[in-house]
Design a protein around this ligand. Structure first.
Ligand SMILES: CC1=C(CCC(=O)O)c2cc3nc(cc4[nH]c(cc5[nH]c(cc1n2)c(C)c5CCC(=O)O)c(CCC(=O)O)c4C)C(CCC(=O)O)=C3C
Ligand SMILES: [Fe+2]
Length: 371
């Protein structure tokens, strides 16, 4: 660090925000779904259903606007901290496509960029697939910059602390301050096989199965802090939404709707749904939770509220800056502090060997110990 001047971002000359992408208008929905599911064997009925979720919201996903808002907040935060680093935006499945963004970065003379993905946990879908996307984009872009994907942040204080406050705010909106509320933490389901292989056997990587283990760590830490703040013990669970794939393939369970049925049978009458698997209000949050699971809760006579996602909470925005500075220091050979809350240590800067394998077989991926 340089106490006299602005923080040292060298060796980076740009930040790339890498996300999933989503449709902007009704005509985008089918081509978007084709992009997402190319070669993935998702049943037609499931695709039609998911298309309906988008049409219910005018054919527009919230995700691109959320990412643009995050980038605007980051630009402001960087400026306030004297950091002069341009921020680029690229997606896996929709415009602005990663390959186009990388071409633009190359044309602008960017030589080495830090990459922030809008996905906090390890698994093929949430981590390695983005690393494969980076490898593909670099392969088709002569002179592309060097790209360093920032570490997983599910246990970073900038992710955990906003989640704690979101739960506390939600509890406060329930009758009796939510004193009997169950905390239902929700994340995206994935195939159980993808969970089993998430993380790596490399001792320098994330211990397997990383996806559920990391979620449990985040959930326990948030629940512990809520307990400290309220002085009450709220029972809590980790459940799943947005199951896809063939019905014969096992995915992580229970589904949030089935779980609510179970809770109602046990006499639970207040629930805070906490979308711990999502960094902002994606379609999964506004449809699968706010629309579908809320309807289930209401049918069952459960008073439910949904806690906010990190979104543009200033601590989450500051986290991105801190991760850039942390990684920049590490790449300069320094030993930065690596904040992490809960039972898991800060994850590695580079994914371990064999981390989160692609279920369809190996493909080139950047940002691992072996790439
Ligand atoms: C772990 C995980 C995350 C979290 C990590 C991350 O954020 O990356 C995530 C995020 C997202 N998933 C999204 C959308 C979709 N995911 C699908 C399909 C799938 N997701 C999977 C997993 C995940 N997905 C899996 C294993 C499949 C099966 C197909 C396959 O094996 O690849 C399908 C196809 C239809 C269907 O099958 O449901 C859609 C439309 C959107 C955009 C939302 C918006 O528009 O706001 C976002 C942020
Ligand atoms: Fe997905």
């Amino acid at each position: 660090m340089n106490p006299a001047g602005p923080p040292d971002v060298l060796p980076y000359d740009a930040l790339l925000v890498l996300s999933f992408g989503g449709p902007e208008k009704p005509d985008d929905v089918v081509p978007f779904l084709e992009n997402v599911t190319r070669g993935r064997g998702i049943p037609r009925e499931r695709l039609a259903q998911v298309g309906e979720h988008y049409f219910l919201f005018g054919g527009k996903s919230p995700i691109n606007d959320q990412n643009r808002a995050l980038i605007a907040a980051l630009e402001k935060d960087f400026a306030e901290h004297g950091i002069d680093l341009p921020i680029y935006f690229g997606n896996r499945n929709w415009d602005p496509y990663l390959a186009d963004t990388l071409a633009e970065m190359t044309a602008d003379g960017v030589e080495r960029a830090a990459v922030f993905t809008t996905s906090a946990y390890s698994s093929w879908s949430s981590c390695r697939q983005y690393r494969e996307n980076l490898a593909d984009a670099v392969a088709e872009t002569p002179g592309a910059p060097v790209l360093d994907r920032l570490r997983q942040y599910y246990n970073h204080p900038g992710f955990i602390e906003p989640a704690v406050d979101a739960v506390l705010s939600s509890l406060a909106t329930l009758p009796g301050g939510g004193d009997s509320a169950r905390l239902v933490f929700v994340t995206h389901s994935i195939p159980t096989e993808m969970n089993d292989t998430s993380g790596s056997e490399d001792p320098a990587g994330q211990p397997r199965p990383a996806y559920v283990t990391q979620h449990r760590s985040a959930v326990e830490e948030v629940a512990r802090r809520v307990r400290e703040a309220t002085g009450r013990v709220h029972r809590h669970d980790l459940v799943y939404c947005s199951r896809s794939g063939a019905p014969s393939t096992p995915w992580l369970e229970p589904d949030v709707n089935d779980h609510l049925e179970e809770l109602a049978t046990d006499g639970v009458d207040q629930v805070v749904m906490v979308p711990i698997g999502f960094v902002s209000d994606h379609m999964e949050v506004i449809y699968d939770l706010d629309t579908e699971a809320m309807a289930t809760a209401s049918r069952l006579g459960i008073q439910a509220v949904r806690a906010a996602t990190a979104g543009v909470d200033e601590r989450f925005v500051a986290m991105v800056r801190e991760l850039v500075l942390e990684r920049a220091a590490a790449e300069r050979g320094e030993s930065p502090v690596r904040p992490a809350l809960g039972s898991m240590m800060a994850g590695p800067d580079r994914c371990g060997v064999g981390c989160c394998p692609n279920p369809k077989g190996p493909r080139p991926a950047l940002c691992g110990m072996d790439s």
